[in-house]
Design a protein around this ligand. Structure first.
Ligand code: NDP
Length: 288
């Protein structure tokens, strides 16, 4: 299939490379040099400007938020032929994605929201999990395209459901991270070392992705890589909080998590998401 991949960031760059195994992939990136590097290193085709976009069977967008997706639709709308499938892999906003789907349907273009989980390691290895929102027919088309980039592609419901579930998932991740940090601070002040605390928690019922995978490297090996921007995680938690607000659901944990992430973002605008735990320490006069 002819796939146009838009957005070669931390996730998009390796995803487009993996898709090249099964498809004819053209790449576009806001900063064109990144796309040129992709073409040179992975044999993809260059889409230097969006104005060069001609024909393709599928577009995949992987940009920061639904706002940038909308901008891409604005710029490409006139050039999209009926029958094209637009797969939005961005972790976007479910309300906006429904509007985008309606707008594109008016031109005979199909749209699914298909955010991913698995982080940059999953993107590199092609083992992402994709959660797809849209019709059953469009899901099947998306699944057949995404196989080279993912080990699991799940139809989660109607259009917007993928973005909704992704936001909820990341809100849980955020709450787990903060709670793990608070708990480890308490343990450490009590005189229990971090390696021992993590060893026991990870053999017990308090464990999570935060304690098993994220915190050991940061806290025990002092490695703080930038893999997923705190600003993007904050966006996901805010989407989940706004969904709860819209649905008139009482969700105090989520509201608090959202407040804490926003505070952390003001403190550390360029940080990785796991660095939110630095704020949990600082408000107690501590450092990790
Ligand atoms: P990055 O910040 O690494 O990359 C963002 C990409 O979007 C870059 O290609 C950037 O281009 C492009 N971009 C930024 N602004 C614009 C704009 N105004 N118009 C067009 N393109 C733009 O982000 P990630 O790859 O980490 O994240 C992409 C999406 O995937 C986000 O929605 C994120 O929440 C989600 N995600 C991220 C994960 C991760 O671990 N990193 C895991 C799962 C989902 P340029 O090179 O010019 O800056």
């Amino acid at each position: 299939m002819r796939v146009a991949f838009l957005g070669l960031g931390a996730m998009g760059y390796p995803m487009a490379r993996n898709l090249k195994r099964d498809h004819e992939v053209s790449v576009w990136n806001r900063t064109t040099e990144v796309a040129r590097n992709h073409v040179r290193d992975h044999g993809t085709n260059l889409l230097a400007t969006l104005e060069e976009f001609r024909a393709s069977d599928v577009i995949i967008s992987m940009v920061p938020t639904s706002r940038e997706v909308d901008e891409l639709i604005d710029r490409l709308e006139e050039r999209l032929a009926p029958g094209l499938l637009w797969i939005d892999a961005t972790s976007g906003d479910p309300v906006t994605s429904r509007k985008s789907g309606q707008r594109l349907a008016g031109r005979g273009v199909d749209f699914v929201d298909a955010p991913v989980t698995g982080g940059t390691p999953g993107a590199e290895k092609g083992t992402l999990t994709v959660m797809v929102g849209g019709s059953a027919e469009n899901f099947q088309r998306a699944e057949s395209v995404l196989g080279a980039a993912a080990s699991k592609v799940v139809h989660v419901g109607a259009l917007g459901s993928g973005h909704a579930l992704k936001a909820i998932n990341n809100a849980m991740l955020g709450a787990n991270l903060w709670m793990a940090a608070e708990s480890l601070l308490i343990a450490r002040r009590f005189g229990i070392t971090l390696p021992i605390a993590l060893e026991v928690i990870n053999a017990g019922s308090g464990r999570s992705n935060a304690t098993e995978n994220l915190l050991p490297s940061r806290l025990l090996r002092d490695e703080w890589p930038l893999t997923f921007k705190l600003a993007l995680h904050d966006k996901d938690v805010r989407i989940a909080a706004s969904m709860a607000h819209e649905q008139h659901l009482s969700s105090p944990m989520l509201a608090l998590t959202s407040q804490l992430f926003t505070a952390a973002l003001h403190e550390m605008p360029h940080a990785d998401y796991v660095e939110v735990i630095k704020l949990a320490a600082r408000i107690n006069g501590e450092e990790w």
